[in-house]
Design a binder for this molecule. Structure first.
Ligand SMILES: C[S@@+](CC[C@H](N)C(=O)[O-])C[C@H]1O[C@@H](n2cnc3c(N)ncnc32)[C@H](O)[C@@H]1O
Length: 502
């Protein structure tokens, strides 16, 4: 009975996906439907709540795959509820016929289990309706179970959604974070929430406030990281996270189940139980959510034993302040003139040093002008780190030295696709410090540590600020082993190990 029901749901969803391949609403509303197999796996995490009536929410329901998976999972509960009130929000009315069809299958399936399923489909905007209701303190339905695969788009800073969510102290930069944060406010006591979203919220400044909301309002029970082929993102494999939360207070000694799999067939699961304080470090102001494999524990310990925080070195790191396409017309050029200064992009990264000028894709000269002067930096030794590493690069953290003796100019412009290490917006103390810092950043230790908390190829300033560093003296010694080109990876790792990891 269960198999037939799931086949019906699956074929309903597949039919819609094929029919809507070129549908404008599909892309606008990010209609990627969760495969029923993934939905079933997610729903199997829910713990039965013994109640005669349970309230269930599926915000951004699509054609109802997650609701159907939840209903199917109840089949295995020893004690089933008498009534399920299922509320489904779906903004796109063109999906409603298939959503209703899928819910009819669910009602029939429940009847066979002697459960009454009351389905309430709301063809409404979940963010708007719930944010307004929460703001006005309206009598609002709360739920025992919430399951969601929300849309992933960015929230515009001046959008209505941004305003509505800020009004109720939800400061998020993305639809999925808004959906999860709002859902958390709709949980009853002792209730449960399971989401499937990109892993990107686990680190980075953009999601800091969102992480705070999660940690203040819920207890993390399980985190499952895997690569998911998501056709919304042109078939790229994207690091995805299933998160199981309960409406409880989190304690440092609580255990969190960490699960990893290579893909979404979930046949090879690697599981570990970690203390919460090993997932979110107690003294971490960024509240980064770390998914640390057993074999990486040593790397994390080693990094934490490094002696200095970046501020203790008197060094800072920032994103390059120049956005090339925002510069006034005519200031950028390929040839340059007497008033031009170098503008440095990721394409200027050579073997350990910045190479300029080059025959590159981008115009390498920027004319100094009153409109850009405060974004230029004085000549000096800087360490630059790419903000986005390319898929061919072995390392996520790719650093290079800007040496003013190799690029002669009084000022320099760092493009926004770079992060740059500096001392009060000027260069670092000397060549050896810059080389030492670059060598350290290019080490496997830093790269592996980085991968314990970031699933993307993006390197944020806050990620670099969160690292620990060698002392200035050791940085100078590291720098001495770095000649005219960056040593091999093996050599870098041996040097770092021998000097700073004894
Ligand atoms: C990524 S799809 C997931 C669908 C479904 N939850 C699933 O897992 O198969 C997100 C769904 O949210 C809907 N949606 C987008 N914005 C919405 C909003 N503001 N309110 C309600 N639904 C929304 C889309 O139309 C789409 O069907």
């Amino acid at each position: 009975m269960e198999t037939k029901f799931l086949e019906e749901i699956d074929s309903n969803s597949e039919e819609v996906s094929i029919k809507r391949l070129n549908n404008a609403n599909r892309d606008a509303n990010e209609q990627f439907f969760t495969p029923v197999s993934v939905g079933l796996y997610m729903s199997s995490m829910f713990k039965p709540i013994i109640k005669s009536t349970i309230y269930f929410l599926d915000p951004g329901a699509g054609v109802g795959n997650l609701t159907a998976s939840f209903i199917a999972s109840i089949y295995n509960w020893a004690k089933k509820p008498k009534v399920i009130i299922a509320v489904l929000y779906e903004i796109d009315d063109s999906l409603l016929p298939e959503l209703r069809r899928s819910m009819d299958y669910c009602v029939d399936f429940c009847k066979n289990m002697d459960v009454e399923l009351r389905v309430v489909i709301k063809n409404e905007d979940f963010i708007k309706i719930s944010a307004e209701a929460l703001k006005e303190n309206k009598e609002i339905t709360k739920y025992d179970y919430i399951i969601l695969n929300p849309p992933y788009k960015k929230l515009g800073v001046s959008s209505l959604y941004k305003k509505l969510t800020l009004d109720i102290n939800i400061d998020v930069s993305n639809y999925y974070a808004a959906f999860v944060a709002l859902s958390l406010k709709l949980l009853k006591k002792k209730s449960q929430l399971i989401s499937i979203t990109p892993r990107s919220f686990c680190n980075g400044l953009h999601f800091k406030a969102f992480r705070k909301i999660i940690l203040e309002s819920a207890k993390i029970e399980k985190l499952h990281k895997f690569k998911f082929r998501n056709d919304i993102f042109n078939d790229v494999l994207q690091e995805t996270l299933i998160m199981f939360l309960t409406n409880n207070k989190q304690k440092a000694s609580d255990k969190v189940e960490i699960i990893e799999s290579n893909n979404d067939d979930f046949s090879n699961l690697v599981k570990a139980r970690k203390e919460f304080s090993d997932v979110v470090f107690p003294n971490d102001n960024e509240n980064i959510i770390r998914i640390i494999k057993e074999e990486d524990t040593k790397i994390v310990d080693t990094m934490h034993k490094m002696p200095c925080r970046i501020e203790e070195l008197g060094i800072n790191v920032s994103t390059g302040p120049v956005v090339d396409f925002r510069e006034k017309l005519g200031l950028l050029s390929y040839e340059g003139d007497l008033l031009s200064i170098p503008i440095i992009y990721p394409e200027n990264f050579g073997e350990g040093f910045i190479i300029w000028p080059i025959v590159g894709r981008k115009p390498g000269h920027l004319k100094e002008d009153s409109s850009n002067f405060n974004r230029l930096r004085p000549s000096g030794f800087y360490v630059l780190v790419k903000r986005f590493s390319s898929p061919e690069e072995k390392r996520r953290v790719v650093a290079s030295v800007y040496d003013p003796f190799k690029v002669r100019s009084q000022y320099v412009a760092f493009d926004n696709k770079l992060n740059y290490f500096h001392v009060e917006k000027s260069g670092l103390g000397g060549l050896n410090i810059a080389k030492g810092l670059s060598l350290y950043l290019n080490s496997s230790l830093v790269d592996h540590y980085f991968r314990t908390f970031s699933g993307s190829t993006q390197v944020n300033v806050s990620d670099l600020k969160g690292l620990k560093y060698p002392t200035v003296d050791n940085m100078e010694i590291l720098g001495e082993s770095y000649g005219d080109i960056l040593p091999s990876q093996k050599q870098i790792d041996i040097t770092v190990r021998d000097l700073v990891l004894q």
